[in-house]
Design a protein around this ligand. Structure first.
Ligand SMILES: Nc1nc2c(c(=O)[nH]1)N[C@H]1C(S)=C(S)[C@@H](COP(=O)(O)OP(=O)(O)OC[C@H]3O[C@@H](n4cnc5c(N)ncnc54)[C@H](O)[C@@H]3O)O[C@H]1N2
Ligand code: MOO
Length: 427
């Protein structure tokens, strides 16, 4: 048996960040930025109106009032996007829309509501506008560069790009960014007993819950699942499904077929394709684990894992669904973070206290799905097992209740009510 740390170390030593690529903004969401981004354009890019109304000289309308409106001759119309710049001379106004460039000579905008003109679409350009309120110099004007000036740093390397980061990049003039590209993860279930979700299982069959579990966890880890379906416990079918798909993924996660069964074909198939080893890890659930590197169409031999074209890391997780969930959290998620070039780690487990006791397996670190039931007087989280059935790795239906995994050291044979435990919160 090896420890969780030994297995994780081996996994992380075999993966490194995908080489940066320049991608269009609409493909870069969730990717980690590989460059510092500076503004090419100012924001706003030019002086413009904050209101639909009339660009005026503030001095002209200083005394305007409902009882004594100021009449200005309208000498032009500037919708947003227009290149027109009709000058505003004393005694004149130019109609402007929100976002339209402020014409030369104007130093204020009077909103349409403060004039005799009707608001809304389809209004003809009037020859004369009556202004009924004064406007201070600068009123309703938005100055070029108010937010950022060209050359300002707007995004730092290492940022996982959110929607608003992409909008920032677009607003300062970028159409592409240098990013660590999306990590595509092949998701493959194995087992002759599996039927697709929603299909009534026949004798001895069960729904394939692992496929949607792994695909969803891949998404929650910021990577992109590539659904490779389920294969029966048949060596040729498994070999073919992997070989067909290796070229289009940066990692693979399989479930099932890694323990001691007579039909556990994952082990049998993987040796000739690459370098995958199968270990017993001192954890519960998740004891049998396979991990290694596959090379597309290549013979087995040492290489540089996760370099495009050189190798694809493969995680062969045990079939029991709770084992899949835990193994993904503990081994696959950190590896996907590294492939994405994320620097932030998951952080230390939080302090909690057991609201009820439970049994633990001898000699294996336990990852018990738990529900958080508030906090105690000291502020520690109160936790209890998510299922009345304890820590069985097949108790998948209760997994949805879990808020966290309680991590109990291998030497502990039972957690008693009131014991301190560490918990990892789960998505
Ligand atoms: N003789 C031994 N038997 C077992 C050992 C052992 O050391 N010696 N280890 C046990 C442990 S611990 C685990 S965990 C499991 C791992 O089994 P496999 O990875 O070989 O997985 P399977 O046998 O294919 O399936 C196990 C279990 O999970 C169900 N399953 C599989 N795939 C799915 C799926 N896609 N969706 C839902 N459920 C799935 C499957 O029906 C089995 O019930 O081995 C123990 N045995
Ligand atoms: O490792 Mo198995 O996951 O204990 O059931």
């Amino acid at each position: 048996m090896i420890t969780v740390e030994q297995h994780l170390e081996r996994v992380l030593a075999a993966v490194r960040p995908l080489a940066p690529q320049r991608l269009p903004l609409d493909q870069a969401h969730g990717c980690v930025l590989a460059e510092e981004v500076t503004a090419l354009l100012a924001v706003p890019p030019f002086d413009n109106s904050a209101m639909d109304g009339f660009a005026v000289r503030a001095a002209d309308v200083a005394a305007a009032d409902d009882g004594a409106p100021v009449r200005l001759r309208v000498v032009g119309d500037v919708p947003a996007g227009s290149a027109a710049r009709p000058p505003v001379e004393p005694g004149t106004a130019v109609r402007v829309m929100t976002g339209a460039p402020v014409p030369p000579g104007a130093d204020a905008v009077v909103p349409v509501e403060h004039t005799d003109q009707a608001a809304g679409p389809g209004q003809e350009l009037p020859a004369v506008v009556e202004v009924r309120r004064p406007a201070a110099p600068g009123a309703h004007l938005r100055g070029a560069g108010e937010d950022v000036s060209p050359g300002a740093v707007v995004l730092r390397a290492g940022t996982p790009l959110r929607a608003r980061d992409l909008s920032t990049a677009a607003s300062v003039g970028h159409g592409t960014l240098l990013v660590h590209p999306p990590v595509r993860v092949g998701v493959l279930s194995t087992g002759s007993e599996l039927v697709p979700p929603g299909q009534t299982p026949g004798a001895g069959q069960i729904p394939d819950s692992n496929h949607v579990l792994v695909a969803g966890m891949v998404r929650e880890a910021g990577a992109v699942p590539v659904l490779l379906g389920a294969v029966a416990d048949d060596a040729a079918a498994l070999r073919a499904r992997l070989a067909e798909n290796l070229g289009r993924v940066e990692a693979v996660v399989t479930t099932g077929g890694v323990s001691a069964g007579a039909y556990d074909v994952v082990k049998e198939v993987l040796a000739p394709l690459g370098e995958v080893t199968f270990d017993q890890v001192a954890m519960q659930p998740g004891k049998p684990q396979g991990f290694g590197v596959l090379r597309e169409g290549a013979e087995a031999g040492p290489g540089a894992p996760s370099d495009p074209g050189l190798g694809v890391p493969i995680f062969c997780l045990p079939g029991n669904p709770v084992s899949v969930f835990v193994s993904f959290q503990v081994f696959v998620a950190p590896a996907l973070s590294r492939l994405r070039a994320l620097v932030a780690d998951a952080g230390a487990p939080a302090a909690a206290v057991a609201a009820t006791g439970w049994r633990c397996p001898p000699g294996r670190r336990q990852y018990m799905p738990v529900v958080v039931d508030g906090t105690d007087d000291t502020g520690a989280l109160r936790v209890r097992p998510a299922t009345a059935g304890g820590s069985g790795s097949h108790l998948v239906a209760s997994l949805a209740q879990a808020d966290a995994l309680a991590v109990v050291d291998a030497e502990v044979d039972a957690v008693r009510e009131g014991d301190a435990v560490r918990v990892m919160m789960v998505p």
